[in-house]
Design a protein around this ligand. Structure first.
Ligand code: NAD
Length: 488
């Protein structure tokens, strides 16, 4: 399988509207985060682009909704097949554009495929409800109906998987879609657009508009013909989108920030907990919404845990993300790098001590990259900024605790509520603590990722709505009740 991703991209900067590349006069440069070199020029979208894409999606939607659901599902199987066929090119593109190590990119391509196959399967199995009626010879049934045109606004940390995570349920439910990729990673969406066309998905069913969130993203949300906004990204942008959608009284599904606590009780398998704590913090250079953002270790286990944590951290290989042995690449952008560096400086000003720090590549080729050394910090005051604000980078704060009540209080004292972790061999403690944690996900004795059958949904400022599974599908449909009188 070829690793050449250029053949999946338009020859010049263009938007993908109605299965056609529409050239753009205004362009943005996309840079390789490992080197700072320009990889490609992409369209810098305008509101005229969004209007055209929405018109195409609207025109296509009636016919698409009238296509029997199992047939819509078959298009998703074909799309998955195309992605599988171009797995190496997509993984290479993802690593080149986003910076994650190649093995992680390959895993992400597999997840993108899984999303399509899962929702294709679900499309073959839809049922409604037949309801008891209060009247003789009457019957009532509930049916699902699509919402219409969906806007999917997606981030840069999983640009392939989140594309299909939103597109698969939207399409199988009978909606058409406009995907607005992150400014940092539009190439992944454009490559998937090429493959959706190759899969035979009809004109206008999937459209991709590149450009700034505050411009084209905003225009999508406010457009009268968009009937659902599904967005993954920051709480900051999520709040703006929710306000704008409220003006139109349309639903939103928002997957926002997180600040996952990672709790290790003294009776846990300490080696495993330490290895998972590192993996759950450092994966994708710390840029995962379910990342271990703050580790809490019970005092009796603190010393052995820190020894095991250091050993696991020392095995991290920071370097060329395209090299097989690399386990950590750069941050996605200079802005993201600065954010993490500032947070680390603040942590030290607030009293935090660096317990361990890795290195960044010294090779001349990587001088212009967004490198951040993986770091573990300890001795933090309870008020430390890094225990409250999302780091989204490879800095791991570790805190000691004594009692279960204390750690549950610390974990829940947080404005976010997406994921949480708990390591213990005590089943009773595990169940009682997981009941007490104010989080949409609790991982007990395991690190993520979340699974497609589950429901990835944040509580509190981590969002509303959610993705995956049957619950995630319900975001993309509305219900209709039909009352039937068959009295002769
Ligand atoms: P971001 O909010 O800056 O951007 C996300 C998307 O929203 C981008 O496509 C952007 O262009 C768009 N956008 C920005 N402002 C907008 C506006 N006013 N109107 C419409 N669209 C707008 O976030 P990011 O930096 O790309 O991603 C990082 C954040 O995403 C982190 O906070 C992370 O926790 C979160 N995230 C959450 C999940 C999850 O499943 N909960 C998954 C991945 C990332």
């Amino acid at each position: 399988m070829s690793t050449d991703f250029k053949k999946l991209l338009p020859e010049t900067a263009a938007q993908f509207i109605n299965n056609t590349w529409v050239a753009s006069k205004n362009t943005d440069d996309i840079k390789n985060p490992a080197t700072g070199e320009t990889i490609a020029e992409v369209a810098a979208g305008t509101t005229a682009d969004t209007d055209n894409a929405i018109a195409a999606a609207k025109a296509a939607q009636i016919k698409w909704a009238a296509t029997p659901q199992p047939q819509r599902a078959n298009y998703l199987y074909a799309f998955a097949q195309q992605i599988e066929k171009h797995k190496n090119a997509l993984a290479t593109l993802l690593t080149t554009e986003q910076g994650k190590p190649l093995a992680e990119s390959e895993g992400e391509v597999d997840t993108a495929i899984l999303m399509l196959r899962y929702y294709a399967g679900l499309g073959w199995k839809r049922t409604g409800h037949v309801l008891a009626s209060n009247y003789p010879n009457h019957q009532a049934i509930t049916k699902e109906a699509p919402l219409g045109v969906v806007a999917a606004i997606i981030p840069w940390n999983f640009p392939l998987a989140i594309f299909t995570r939103k597109t698969a349920p939207a399409l199988v439910a009978g909606n058409t879609i406009i995907v607005k990729p992150s400014e940092n990673t539009p190439l992944c969406s454009l490559a998937l657009a090429t493959l959706s066309k190759a899969a035979g998905i009809p004109d206008g069913v999937i459209n991709v508009i590149c450009g700034e969130g505050s411009k084209v993203g905003d225009a999508l949300v406010k457009h009268p013909d968009v009937q659902l906004v599904t967005m993954t990204g920051s709480t900051r942008a999520g709040k703006i989108i929710a306000k704008n959608a409220a003006e139109k009284v349309i639903p939103v599904s928002l997957e926002l920030g997180g600040k996952a606590p990672f709790i290790v009780l003294a009776d846990a398998d300490i080696e495993k907990a330490a290895q998972d704590a590192i993996d759950a913090r450092m994966a994708n250079c710390g840029q995962v919404c379910i990342c271990n953002e703050r580790t809490y270790v019970q005092r009796e286990a603190y010393e052995p845990f820190m020894r095991a944590l250091k050993k696991a951290a020392e095995a991290i290989v920071v370097g060329d993300p395209l090299a097989k042995k690399t386990t950590m690449g750069p941050k996605v952008s200079p802005a993201e790098k600065e954010h993490v560096e500032e947070l680390l400086a603040k942590t030290q000003q607030e009293g935090g001590k660096i317990f361990w720090q890795g290195s960044i590549p010294s090779d001349e080729k990587f001088k212009g990259g967004n490198w951040v050394a993986p770091t573990i910090v300890t001795d933090l005051p309870a008020t430390a900024t890094i225990l409250k604000e999302e780091a989204f980078g490879p800095i791991l704060p570790v805190v000691v605790f004594d009692t279960i009540d204390e750690v549950v209080g610390l974990a829940n004292d947080c404005e976010y509520g997406l994921s949480s972790y708990l390591y213990t061999r005590d089943l009773i403690a595990a169940m009682q603590i997981s009941d007490a944690l104010e989080y949409g996900e609790v991982y007990i004795n395991r690190y993520g990722p979340e699974e497609i059958n589950g429901f990835h949904a944040g509580w509190k400022l981590s969002g509303i709505g959610g993705d995956d599974g049957e619950h995630g599908y319900q975001i993309y449909v509305k219900q209709k009740t039909v009352y039937l009188n068959y009295q002769s």
